[in-house]
Design a protein around this ligand. Structure first.
Ligand SMILES: *Cc1c(COP(=O)(O)O)cnc(C)c1O
Length: 305
């Protein structure tokens, strides 16, 4: 069991003055290598809770996913065998695969329809070799992942005492964990998850499930799909503007995750849905590799992300 990892909580005074709120930033982008943000917190808890050195861990995600590179990294650290069932393609495919090789993970790339079969086959091959096998849900959408975020929120919320928390919400464990901490501490904080892909109904169900894993009862879930801006891994003008603004104030944002959450937060402040002078916590979930990918693409094409 490793000690609980944590990240800095910062006040961005210059942007607070510009926006007319007190803006706190929880810097989960600064969680340890591979700088993959919230996946480091979730997967460290998951692996420490369910595995020991020598076990086989099987999971799935897109080739360039933060989940997969983090699992390969933390698995190497802990002496686990890691097998990844990958899908998708893209410009970042080759570097992502080289990194997985360097970390000693094995992987296969399959069509989306073949994922569950490939996971079951890899698990059964491991079992036949006499290994203990642990299958981790994509994105580490697991009880221990959600509980890790509940615990992090229990440490962070009393310090920031936010009226609002904004964060990027994907598979829902991060959002659910934070929402559970708010309910369990009977805080008056509104946790607003900005969808990076899912439409409202599916997103709410996944976040509520995760909040329940973390101990909440009938959780209230605020999950907004208004800032998806073209779908997962795509973005348009609104996201691009938010990313640019963040960087100008020293907050490294990416257009796949944190840029969308930031756009949602800015829109709420602009429209007065967040009262002026409020304490606002932007929970920065990471996305450095996504930002680097977008910057590399922009450098080739010319222009901005
Ligand atoms: C995976 C990810 C998210 C979404 O987290 P979930 O717990 O799946 O909702 C947000 N931001 C970044 C940078 C991520 O990699």
């Amino acid at each position: 069991m490793t000690a609980a990892i944590d990240s800095p909580l910062e006040v961005n005074q210059r942007l607070s003055d510009t926006l007319g709120v007190e803006l706190f930033i929880k810097r989960d982008d600064l969680l340890p290598f591979p700088f993959a943000g919230n996946k480091v917190r979730k997967l460290a808890a998951e692996l420490d809770g369910h595995t020991v050195a020598g076990d086989l861990v099987v999971s799935t995600g897109a080739i360039d996913s933060n989940h997969c590179r983090t699992l390969a990294m933390l698995g190497a650290e802990r002496g686990l065998h890691v097998h990844l069932v990958l899908h998708g393609e893209g410009a970042q495919q080759a570097p992502a695969l080289v990194m997985l090789d360097q970390l000693g993970a094995s992987y296969e790339v399959v069509p989306v329809a073949g994922i569950s079969h490939a996971i079951a086959a890899a698990a059964s091959r491991g079992g036949n070799r006499g290994l203990n096998v642990h299958v981790v849900a994509g994105g580490c959408h697991t009880p221990l992942g959600a509980q890790a975020y509940r615990d992090a929120a229990h440490r962070t919320l009393p310090e920031a005492r936010p009226d609002y928390v904004f964060l990027a919400s994907g598979t829902g464990a991060t959002h659910g964990g934070i929402a559970a901490a708010v309910q369990l501490s009977a805080l008056d904080t509104e946790v607003v998850g900005i969808s990076v892909a899912r439409e409202h109904e599916r997103g709410v169900a996944a976040v509520a499930e995760a909040a329940t894993w973390a101990g909440a009862r009938a959780p209230h879930v605020s999950f907004l799909d208004d800032y998806v801006d073209g779908g997962y891994g795509r973005w348009g003008h609104t996201t691009r503007e938010a990313v640019e603004l963040g960087w100008r104030f020293g907050i490294p944002l990416d257009p796949t995750y944190t840029g969308k959450a930031f756009a949602g937060m800015l829109d709420h402040i602009e429209k007065g849905l967040v009262r002026p002078g409020s304490r606002v916590l932007f929970w920065h979930t990471g996305g450095l590799w996504n930002a680097v990918a977008a910057i590399s693409r922009a450098a080739v094409k010319g222009g901005s992300v």
